[in-house]
Each structure stands twice: as C-alpha cells, then as structure tokens.
Write a protein that binds this ligand. Structure first.
Ligand code: SAM
Ligand code: DTB
Ligand code: SF4
Length: 323
C-alpha cells in the first residue's frame, strides 16, 4: 500500500515526472487503484456567485479589475438563484457544487451571511459544498464549517519561486496561512494550481512537493491548464500540450495518492484523447457544464459522450458526499 508521504522533494518528483510515459502512467495507475475506484469520475459544477471587479492582480485572471477582459463587476447573486443552479447541477449528475467569489478576502456582513445560507442550502440538497472566496480569518472559517461547508478551495497556483511573476498583491505565505485556518476549522482543503503560465517543469514539481508537505494532504487537488484570456498579462499563451498535462497529473497522483485530482480549467483546449490520457494518469474529477466561472467549458452532452466512450461513470451522490 502506498502510504502518503510528506517529504517528497521536487527533485525526486522530477525524476518520476520524466520517466518514459508508459512507466509513469503505469505507476500512477497502480497508486490510483489502491485508493480510488478507477471507473468513477466525480462531476462538479461551478458557479460564480460574485463575478469580476477583483482588486488582486493575478496575471491569469479575467476577473481582476486591473485588466480589460470584458468581464464586468456584478453584485452577489441571490441565495435563491445559487440554489436553483445547485438543483440543476444535481439533476445533471454533479455531486459537488463549488461557489466562487472574485474577492481578495471575505468581509463580514450581508454578503458573507448570504454565502453561509447558500452553503446550508447546497448541503440540504445532499451535495458537497465548496467555496472559494479568497483569504479568511479563523472566525470566518469556523462559521463556514458550522454552515456545513465540505471544502474550501484556495490554490497556491504555482511554486513559491514563480509566484512573484504571477501575483504581486499578496504573498505565498498569506495563501498558506488561509489554508492552515481552513484545516484547523475542520473543513477539507482543496488546493492546486495552474500549468501553462510560463513556469518551468521544476516549478511544477516544487508546487507538488509543497502540496505533499501538507499534513494531511489536501483532500482535493485541482490541476488547471491556463485558459488564456485576452486582456490579461497571460493573453496569447499557447495551450499546455496534453502530454505535459498528463505528466503533471500522473506525478500529482503519485505524490498525493488519496487526493481527488481534478482535471479542471482548460479542457476545451484538449482533445478527447488528451483527456483520456489525463484520466489514465489518475485524474478522477472534472467540472461539467457550459461555463467554469467566467470562461467556457465543454457542455454536459460532450462530457457524457466522452465518459461513455471511455467506460467511465459519474460518481454517485452519497458515495462522494462527506458530512
Ligand atoms: N478570488 C478567489 C481566489 O483567488 O482564491 C477565488 C476565485 S479564483 C477565480 C479561483 C482559482 O481559479 C484561482 O486560484 C486559479 O487557480 C483559477 N483560475 C482563475 N483564472 C484562471 C484561468 N484563466 N485559467 C486557469 N485557472 C484559472
Ligand atoms: C479551480 O482550481 N479551478 C476552478 C475552481 N478552482 C474555482 C476555477 C477555474 C476558473 C477558470 C477561469 C474562469 O472561468 O474564470
Ligand atoms: Fe481575484 Fe481570485 Fe481572480 Fe486573483 S484569482 S484576481 S484573487 S478572483
């Protein structure tokens, strides 16, 4: 049994990452099958509950107020609208509903109270509830936990070494501090990153080594391929080659054996075959629906056809739910 390790070095992971692909995928599959049902893929649905106008300068993000991307700032959606979207997501086979807000940090008040109501409502539908709202205080993490939040998403995005090239308005340490607060509150941790932002392979390995150093490991690890958006500093970047993404996912699977590894943003740039390779490499979750937060995503029909062609099945409700 491959027990989770917390002392992976970036160098060790690089050696694994660079193995011949068949060897790498074989190792990732072996680890995957010890801890997960290889036929199941968890479907998750995203909803942007507060879009645009964000004060941060994350170079990849269409929601930063600093870039002209065509994404307009909007107020918080209503609790009723969020829960309607959650019901539709459940109907379409999702077991996890993720609510994102373009905030630097959560501020106490009416909007946060409404988010807590959304969390309670999503949980009452029997779905896992995830939020990504920026930085949190201990008290806010506790209130989210009390509302029944399953997971909090807060990505490290890239290595500590590359971080300053991507974001200057907050520090890696601040990210780590919020993640620590989430862990202490009892809410599970969803933390991953983005590939395709000009980072080196060693940066990718450094990110994985940092994630693996968490004790326990994050329960959920989204691997996003950059969606290059016009108007952002990362506009015009070429999509990450599918084989590179699969190598990243396989290495994540080996370093983080129990975590759900989510093939997240960027699937529209991947062929069916590249996505198949990512599943073979140990990805076991996707975001479904026409839209991620603000950018397009393959719709349900395409994903149903893909999973069916691969003989994969959506993870059922309950089996994936955490109380
Ligand atoms: N504002 C909060 C924060 O930054 O934590 C929550 C929302 S933010 C949009 C959530 C995550 O989406 C980011 O950490 C980043 O990893 C991912 N993301 C945003 N824009 C992306 C893009 N263009 N391509 C890939 N991933 C992206
Ligand atoms: C994550 O790692 N990927 C999701 C979720 N966490 C919130 C978001 C991807 C956003 C892609 C860009 C957009 O649609 O705005
Ligand atoms: Fe704001 Fe989050 Fe986008 Fe950064 S990633 S600009 S914090 S919404």
């Amino acid at each position: 049994m491959s027990e989770p390790r917390h002392d992976w070095t970036a160098r060790e992971l690089r050696a694994i990452h660079d193995l011949p692909l068949s060897e790498l995928v074989f190792r990732a599959q072996s680890v995957h099958r010890e801890h997960h049902d290889p036929r199941k893929v968890q479907l998750c649905t995203l909803l942007s509950v507060k879009t645009g106008g964000c004060p941060e300068d994350c170079a990849y993000c269409p929601q930063s107020a600093r870039y002209s991307t065509g994404v307009e700032a909007e107020p918080l959606v209503s609790v009723a609208a969020a829960l309607e979207a959650a019901r539709a997501a459940k109907e379409a086979g999702s077991t996890r509903f993720c609510m994102g807000a373009a905030w630097r940090e959560v501020k106490d008040g009416r909007d946060f109270d409404a988010i807590l109501d959304m969390v309670r409502g999503v949980r009452a539908l029997g779905l896992e509830a995830c939020c990504t709202l920026g930085m949190l205080t201990d008290d806010q993490a506790r209130r989210l936990a009390e509302a029944g939040l399953t997971a909090y998403n807060h990505n490290l995005d890239t290595s500590a070494s590359h971080y300053g090239e991507i974001i200057t308005t907050r520090l890696y340490e601040e990210r780590l501090a919020t993640l620590e607060r989430v862990r202490r509150s009892g809410v599970t941790v969803c933390c991953g990153g983005i590939v395709g932002m000009g980072e080196s392979t060693d940066d990718r390995m450094e990110l994985l080594a940092t994630l693996a150093s968490f004790e326990p490991h994050p329960e959920s690890v989204p691997v996003n391929a950059l969606v290059s958006v016009s108007g952002t500093p990362l506009e015009g970047r070429s999509p990450v080659p599918g084989i590179e993404l699969a190598r990243m996912i396989a290495t994540a699977r080996i370093a983080l054996p129990r975590s759900v590894v989510r093939l997240s943003a960027g699937r529209l740039d991947l062929t069916d075959e590249a996505q198949a390779l990512c599943f073979l490499a140990g990805a076991n979750s996707i975001f479904t629906g026409e839209k991620l937060l603000t950018t397009p995503n393959p719709g349900e029909d395409r994903d149903r056809a893909l999973l069916s062609a691969l003989g994969l099945e959506p993870l059922e409700l309950r089996a994936g739910a955490r109380s």
